[in-house]
Ligand binder design. Structure first.
Ligand code: NAD
Length: 342
């Protein structure tokens, strides 16, 4: 039977395993092809999930011959522009892995191409779709801790990937911090307007490029956001979602990236003249009901297409998160504070 979504899977490596089972579980999809520059990878993915579609190494041929109307781009960051632009011009909508693109020029071109073709390009930001992250956002945006003036996230993980990340110039900033910077925007609902960043490769690092960075951002609402991270930190690791702290005019909120977030606000019986005010800790029960991680983001992308609206992680929004990453990289290169104009 003819299905609403005819899917061309492009890029058949590790992360496609986080996509295909969730996409395949839908009633309204049909895989019409799988493309990888390594034919064996496309064939292996088709066999593993019983996709029953042909394998290709040439995207142009696949777009021409399969009748696809939805491309899933799971290629490496350097290929996103080429794949997404070709898919949009061929009349397809695109769901793609982060980061949106490798450069801001490419990202702007992709946003423009989506607008001009009338198709959509939605970007995977699976960390938005975590129940406890939604709860953290709700605390911060509810006003219970007042107006946020400062937000901080710490990311320290010792990850031995092998593969393309070991060779990238800025693996932490480009491949990982995009999640964290997008979370900072998600939690606060504000955009970054400038950044100063120092990037470095810590002693003992097994990465060729810079696996460590510290950045200070200014946000559109006057808030300061600091980020410190390392992808070669052995021991005392944070979660992949970071440890977060937001200080507001009326209190503070924290999330360890795993359990339920909490906030602390002054007790009502404080003597205003006392040195440090007593505070009470509150841990609201998270009440968000959606699916988490990749599944949640994929469902939002499909729902947006069916409802004829832009997805929460549409490229025109996501470019603000990518701009933070690229500006941080530019600041690290020039040792200058960089304005962010996405
Ligand atoms: N959202 C997340 O949590 C998360 C986690 C891991 C990876 N990712 C992202 O997923 C993407 C892929 O990462 P991965 O770990 O699967 O990498 P990978 O190297 O395992 O797989 C990438 C595949 O793309 C293929 N490829 C590269 N260029 C291509 C092109 N032009 N056309 C067709 N195929 C091409 C490669 O041959 C390879 O099979 C990256 O953008 C990465 O940042 C996201």
């Amino acid at each position: 039977m003819d299905k609403r979504f005819k899917i061309l899977q492009v890029g058949c490596g590790g992360i496609s395993n986080a996509w295909v089972p969730h996409v395949q579980a839908r009633d309204d999809v049909q895989f019409v092809g799988a493309v990888d520059i390594q034919l064996k990878s496309a064939e292996a993915l088709i066999a593993k999930y019983g996709l029953g579609c042909p394998a290709f190494t040439d995207l142009t041929v696949a777009l021409r011959d399969t009748g696809a109307n939805l491309v899933i781009d799971n290629t490496i960051p350097e290929s996103h522009h080429e794949v997404v632009a070709a898919a949009l011009r061929a009349g397809c909508d695109v769901f793609g892995e982060k980061p949106l693109a490798g450069t801001l020029d490419d990202a702007r071109d992709m946003v423009r191409t989506a607008r001009e073709t009338g198709h959509s390009y939605s970007v995977m930001q699976n960390r938005r779709f975590i129940k406890n992250n939604r709860s953290f956002q709700k605390i911060v945006q509810s006003g219970i801790i007042g107006q946020p003036g400062f937000i901080q996230s710490d990311f320290f993980i010792g990850a031995h990937f092998g593969g393309f990340r070991d060779l990238m110039e800025s693996p932490l900033l480009l491949d990982m911090a995009i999640h964290t910077f997008d979370q900072a925007r998600f939690v606060t609902g504000a955009h970054a307007v400038s950044v100063y960043c120092q990037e470095y490769n810590p002693p003992g690092s097994w990465y060729k490029g810079n696996a460590g960075a510290t950045a200070i951002f200014e946000f559109s609402n006057g808030m300061v956001y600091t980020y410190s991270g390392s992808w070669c930190a052995t021991g005392c690791n944070t979660s992949w979602e970071c440890f977060w702290r937001v200080s507001g005019t009326g209190g503070s909120a924290c999330w360890d990236g795993e359990g339920a977030p909490w906030y602390e606000i002054p007790e009502t019986d404080n003597d205003p003249a006392s040195f440090i005010w007593k505070t009470g800790k509150v841990t609201p029960a998270p009440d968000w009901e959606g699916h988490e991680g990749h599944q949640g983001c994929i469902e939002e992308m499909f729902t947006a297409l069916l409802e004829g609206r832009k997805a929460e992680t549409d490229c025109a929004d996501n470019i603000h998160s990518l701009a933070m990453v690229l500006a941080a990289m530019e600041s690290a290169k020039t040792s200058q504070k960089v304005r962010i104009d996405s």
